[in-house]
Unconditional design. Structure first.
Length: 272
Protein backbone atom coordinates (compact mmCIF):
# COMPACT_ATOMS: atom_id res chain seq x y z
CA UNK A 1 0.00 0.00 0.00
CA UNK A 2 1.34 3.41 -0.96
CA UNK A 3 0.78 6.09 1.69
CA UNK A 4 0.30 9.72 0.82
CA UNK A 5 2.74 12.18 2.46
CA UNK A 6 0.00 13.93 4.46
CA UNK A 7 -1.23 10.60 5.82
CA UNK A 8 2.30 9.67 6.89
CA UNK A 9 2.76 12.92 8.78
CA UNK A 10 -0.65 12.57 10.40
CA UNK A 11 0.27 9.10 11.62
CA UNK A 12 3.59 10.43 12.88
CA UNK A 13 1.84 13.16 14.86
CA UNK A 14 -0.62 10.62 16.27
CA UNK A 15 2.11 8.22 17.44
CA UNK A 16 4.26 11.00 18.89
CA UNK A 17 1.25 12.50 20.66
CA UNK A 18 0.26 9.18 22.25
CA UNK A 19 3.86 8.58 23.32
CA UNK A 20 4.03 11.99 24.96
CA UNK A 21 0.92 11.28 27.05
CA UNK A 22 2.83 8.65 29.01
CA UNK A 23 4.82 11.24 30.99
CA UNK A 24 2.13 11.91 33.60
CA UNK A 25 4.50 12.47 36.53
CA UNK A 26 6.32 15.19 34.62
CA UNK A 27 2.95 16.72 33.76
CA UNK A 28 1.93 16.85 37.43
CA UNK A 29 5.18 18.61 38.28
CA UNK A 30 4.60 20.99 35.40
CA UNK A 31 1.07 21.79 36.58
CA UNK A 32 2.34 22.74 40.04
CA UNK A 33 5.15 24.81 38.52
CA UNK A 34 2.93 26.69 36.05
CA UNK A 35 0.28 27.33 38.68
CA UNK A 36 2.90 28.73 41.05
CA UNK A 37 4.43 30.93 38.37
CA UNK A 38 1.02 32.18 37.30
CA UNK A 39 0.06 33.14 40.84
CA UNK A 40 3.35 34.98 41.39
CA UNK A 41 3.13 36.85 38.07
CA UNK A 42 -0.43 37.98 38.75
CA UNK A 43 0.48 39.09 42.28
CA UNK A 44 3.40 41.07 40.91
CA UNK A 45 1.26 42.92 38.37
CA UNK A 46 -1.51 43.55 40.92
CA UNK A 47 0.99 45.31 43.17
CA UNK A 48 1.61 47.85 40.39
CA UNK A 49 -2.08 48.10 39.46
CA UNK A 50 -3.05 49.12 42.99
CA UNK A 51 -0.98 52.28 42.72
CA UNK A 52 -2.60 53.59 39.52
CA UNK A 53 -4.88 51.22 37.54
CA UNK A 54 -5.57 53.80 34.80
CA UNK A 55 -1.89 53.94 33.84
CA UNK A 56 -1.88 50.41 32.41
CA UNK A 57 -3.00 49.38 28.90
CA UNK A 58 -4.84 46.20 29.94
CA UNK A 59 -7.67 45.81 32.42
CA UNK A 60 -6.98 43.52 35.39
CA UNK A 61 -9.37 40.70 34.27
CA UNK A 62 -7.78 40.73 30.80
CA UNK A 63 -4.28 40.54 32.22
CA UNK A 64 -5.18 37.78 34.69
CA UNK A 65 -6.75 35.69 31.92
CA UNK A 66 -3.73 36.35 29.70
CA UNK A 67 -1.39 34.93 32.34
CA UNK A 68 -3.49 31.87 33.24
CA UNK A 69 -3.99 30.81 29.63
CA UNK A 70 -0.30 31.43 28.97
CA UNK A 71 0.66 29.11 31.82
CA UNK A 72 -1.90 26.48 30.80
CA UNK A 73 -0.62 26.34 27.21
CA UNK A 74 3.02 27.08 27.90
CA UNK A 75 4.08 23.99 25.91
CA UNK A 76 2.36 25.36 22.81
CA UNK A 77 3.57 28.93 22.86
CA UNK A 78 7.06 29.06 24.39
CA UNK A 79 10.07 28.74 22.11
CA UNK A 80 12.29 26.90 24.58
CA UNK A 81 10.37 23.60 24.23
CA UNK A 82 12.71 21.79 21.84
CA UNK A 83 12.88 18.14 20.81
CA UNK A 84 16.23 17.00 22.20
CA UNK A 85 16.12 13.87 20.02
CA UNK A 86 16.51 16.04 16.93
CA UNK A 87 19.60 17.77 18.31
CA UNK A 88 21.01 14.38 19.30
CA UNK A 89 20.45 12.91 15.84
CA UNK A 90 22.38 15.79 14.24
CA UNK A 91 25.33 15.85 16.63
CA UNK A 92 25.68 12.05 16.86
CA UNK A 93 25.36 11.31 13.15
CA UNK A 94 22.16 9.28 13.54
CA UNK A 95 20.53 11.65 11.10
CA UNK A 96 21.88 9.37 8.36
CA UNK A 97 19.04 6.97 9.21
CA UNK A 98 16.47 9.75 8.79
CA UNK A 99 17.97 10.72 5.46
CA UNK A 100 17.64 7.12 4.26
CA UNK A 101 13.91 7.10 4.92
CA UNK A 102 11.50 8.14 2.12
CA UNK A 103 10.19 11.13 4.07
CA UNK A 104 10.70 14.86 3.84
CA UNK A 105 12.96 15.58 6.83
CA UNK A 106 11.73 19.14 7.34
CA UNK A 107 8.08 18.12 7.68
CA UNK A 108 9.01 15.04 9.71
CA UNK A 109 10.70 17.24 12.31
CA UNK A 110 7.85 19.74 12.06
CA UNK A 111 5.30 17.00 12.80
CA UNK A 112 7.31 15.65 15.73
CA UNK A 113 7.53 19.11 17.26
CA UNK A 114 3.79 19.77 16.89
CA UNK A 115 2.89 16.39 18.41
CA UNK A 116 5.35 16.78 21.30
CA UNK A 117 3.99 20.20 22.21
CA UNK A 118 0.37 19.07 21.92
CA UNK A 119 0.92 16.07 24.21
CA UNK A 120 2.58 18.26 26.86
CA UNK A 121 -0.20 20.84 26.68
CA UNK A 122 -2.98 18.22 26.79
CA UNK A 123 -1.71 16.88 30.11
CA UNK A 124 -1.29 20.28 31.75
CA UNK A 125 -3.87 22.73 30.44
CA UNK A 126 -7.18 21.44 31.85
CA UNK A 127 -6.24 21.27 35.56
CA UNK A 128 -4.77 24.78 35.45
CA UNK A 129 -7.76 26.27 33.61
CA UNK A 130 -10.35 24.53 35.82
CA UNK A 131 -8.68 25.64 39.04
CA UNK A 132 -8.20 29.20 37.76
CA UNK A 133 -11.89 29.51 36.85
CA UNK A 134 -12.91 28.93 40.48
CA UNK A 135 -10.35 31.23 42.07
CA UNK A 136 -11.63 34.34 43.86
CA UNK A 137 -11.36 37.80 42.35
CA UNK A 138 -8.94 39.21 41.18
CA UNK A 139 -7.17 35.91 40.45
CA UNK A 140 -10.17 34.42 38.67
CA UNK A 141 -9.88 33.35 35.02
CA UNK A 142 -12.67 34.86 32.93
CA UNK A 143 -14.28 32.95 30.05
CA UNK A 144 -14.54 34.34 26.49
CA UNK A 145 -17.65 36.51 26.07
CA UNK A 146 -19.07 34.42 23.20
CA UNK A 147 -18.48 31.38 20.99
CA UNK A 148 -16.96 33.47 18.19
CA UNK A 149 -14.23 34.78 20.47
CA UNK A 150 -13.49 31.21 21.59
CA UNK A 151 -13.28 29.98 17.98
CA UNK A 152 -10.92 32.84 17.11
CA UNK A 153 -8.75 31.85 20.07
CA UNK A 154 -8.61 28.21 18.95
CA UNK A 155 -7.73 29.16 15.38
CA UNK A 156 -5.12 31.66 16.53
CA UNK A 157 -3.62 29.13 18.96
CA UNK A 158 -3.20 26.56 16.17
CA UNK A 159 -1.48 29.15 13.99
CA UNK A 160 0.69 30.35 16.88
CA UNK A 161 1.81 26.77 17.52
CA UNK A 162 2.82 26.34 13.88
CA UNK A 163 4.63 29.71 13.84
CA UNK A 164 6.60 28.75 16.97
CA UNK A 165 7.53 25.38 15.44
CA UNK A 166 8.52 27.07 12.17
CA UNK A 167 10.81 29.35 14.13
CA UNK A 168 12.23 26.39 16.07
CA UNK A 169 13.11 24.69 12.79
CA UNK A 170 15.72 27.40 12.17
CA UNK A 171 17.42 26.46 15.45
CA UNK A 172 17.51 22.79 14.50
CA UNK A 173 18.94 23.57 11.06
CA UNK A 174 21.58 25.90 12.51
CA UNK A 175 22.93 22.95 14.52
CA UNK A 176 24.31 21.50 11.27
CA UNK A 177 26.71 24.45 11.28
CA UNK A 178 27.37 25.04 14.98
CA UNK A 179 27.51 21.32 16.00
CA UNK A 180 26.50 22.34 19.55
CA UNK A 181 22.88 23.52 19.94
CA UNK A 182 23.21 24.92 23.47
CA UNK A 183 24.24 28.52 22.80
CA UNK A 184 21.91 29.12 19.85
CA UNK A 185 18.84 27.62 21.50
CA UNK A 186 19.29 29.68 24.69
CA UNK A 187 19.79 32.97 22.85
CA UNK A 188 16.98 32.36 20.37
CA UNK A 189 14.48 31.16 22.98
CA UNK A 190 15.06 34.05 25.39
CA UNK A 191 14.95 36.62 22.60
CA UNK A 192 11.86 35.16 20.91
CA UNK A 193 9.83 34.58 24.06
CA UNK A 194 10.45 38.08 25.40
CA UNK A 195 9.38 39.70 22.11
CA UNK A 196 6.37 37.38 21.94
CA UNK A 197 5.04 38.71 25.25
CA UNK A 198 5.98 35.91 27.63
CA UNK A 199 7.39 38.13 30.39
CA UNK A 200 5.50 41.35 29.67
CA UNK A 201 2.46 41.47 27.34
CA UNK A 202 3.15 43.53 24.22
CA UNK A 203 0.64 46.31 25.17
CA UNK A 204 2.99 47.15 28.08
CA UNK A 205 5.94 47.74 25.74
CA UNK A 206 7.00 51.34 24.99
CA UNK A 207 5.07 52.67 22.00
CA UNK A 208 7.97 52.78 19.52
CA UNK A 209 9.28 49.36 20.50
CA UNK A 210 5.79 47.86 20.34
CA UNK A 211 5.26 49.20 16.82
CA UNK A 212 8.45 47.48 15.70
CA UNK A 213 7.77 44.20 17.51
CA UNK A 214 4.23 43.90 16.14
CA UNK A 215 5.50 43.59 12.56
CA UNK A 216 7.99 40.85 13.51
CA UNK A 217 7.11 37.12 13.54
CA UNK A 218 7.41 36.97 17.33
CA UNK A 219 4.17 38.94 17.75
CA UNK A 220 2.41 36.18 15.79
CA UNK A 221 3.25 33.67 18.52
CA UNK A 222 1.62 33.71 21.96
CA UNK A 223 0.78 37.42 21.85
CA UNK A 224 -2.18 37.04 19.50
CA UNK A 225 -4.09 34.04 20.93
CA UNK A 226 -3.61 35.17 24.54
CA UNK A 227 -4.90 38.66 23.83
CA UNK A 228 -7.82 37.26 21.84
CA UNK A 229 -8.83 34.99 24.70
CA UNK A 230 -8.53 37.73 27.30
CA UNK A 231 -10.63 40.10 25.19
CA UNK A 232 -7.83 42.62 24.64
CA UNK A 233 -8.16 41.90 20.90
CA UNK A 234 -11.57 41.24 19.39
CA UNK A 235 -13.68 41.60 16.26
CA UNK A 236 -12.05 42.79 13.05
CA UNK A 237 -8.77 43.51 14.85
CA UNK A 238 -8.56 39.84 15.86
CA UNK A 239 -9.14 38.77 12.27
CA UNK A 240 -6.34 41.06 11.04
CA UNK A 241 -3.93 39.63 13.61
CA UNK A 242 -4.83 36.08 12.55
CA UNK A 243 -4.06 36.99 8.94
CA UNK A 244 -0.65 38.25 10.09
CA UNK A 245 -0.09 34.87 11.73
CA UNK A 246 -0.92 33.11 8.46
CA UNK A 247 1.54 35.37 6.64
CA UNK A 248 4.43 34.63 9.01
CA UNK A 249 3.67 30.90 9.02
CA UNK A 250 3.96 30.81 5.23
CA UNK A 251 7.13 32.93 5.20
CA UNK A 252 8.94 31.05 7.97
CA UNK A 253 7.99 27.63 6.59
CA UNK A 254 9.06 28.59 3.08
CA UNK A 255 12.42 30.01 4.19
CA UNK A 256 13.04 27.11 6.56
CA UNK A 257 12.34 24.55 3.85
CA UNK A 258 14.72 26.30 1.45
CA UNK A 259 17.46 26.44 4.09
CA UNK A 260 16.92 22.79 4.99
CA UNK A 261 17.21 21.67 1.37
CA UNK A 262 20.39 23.70 0.89
CA UNK A 263 21.87 22.35 4.13
CA UNK A 264 21.15 18.70 3.40
CA UNK A 265 23.05 18.94 0.12
CA UNK A 266 26.21 19.67 2.14
CA UNK A 267 25.72 17.21 5.02
CA UNK A 268 28.66 14.90 5.71
CA UNK A 269 28.21 12.11 8.27
CA UNK A 270 31.51 10.72 9.52
CA UNK A 271 31.95 7.24 10.90
CA UNK A 272 30.69 3.87 9.89
Amino acid sequence: MKYKPMYIHFRLINMRFIGGLQYRAAALAGIATQFGFGYLMISQFLAFYRSNPEAFPMEVPHLVSYIWVQQAFIALFFSWFFENSIFASITSGQISYDLARPMDLYWKWFSENVAGRLSRAALRCFPILIIAIFLPHPYKLILPPDALQLLLFVASSALALCVVVSFSMFIYISTFYTLSPLGMRIIAAVFADFLAGSTIPLPFFPERLRQIVQILPFAAMQNVPLRIYSGNISGFNAFINIMVQVFWLIVLSFLGKIWMNATLKRVVVQGG
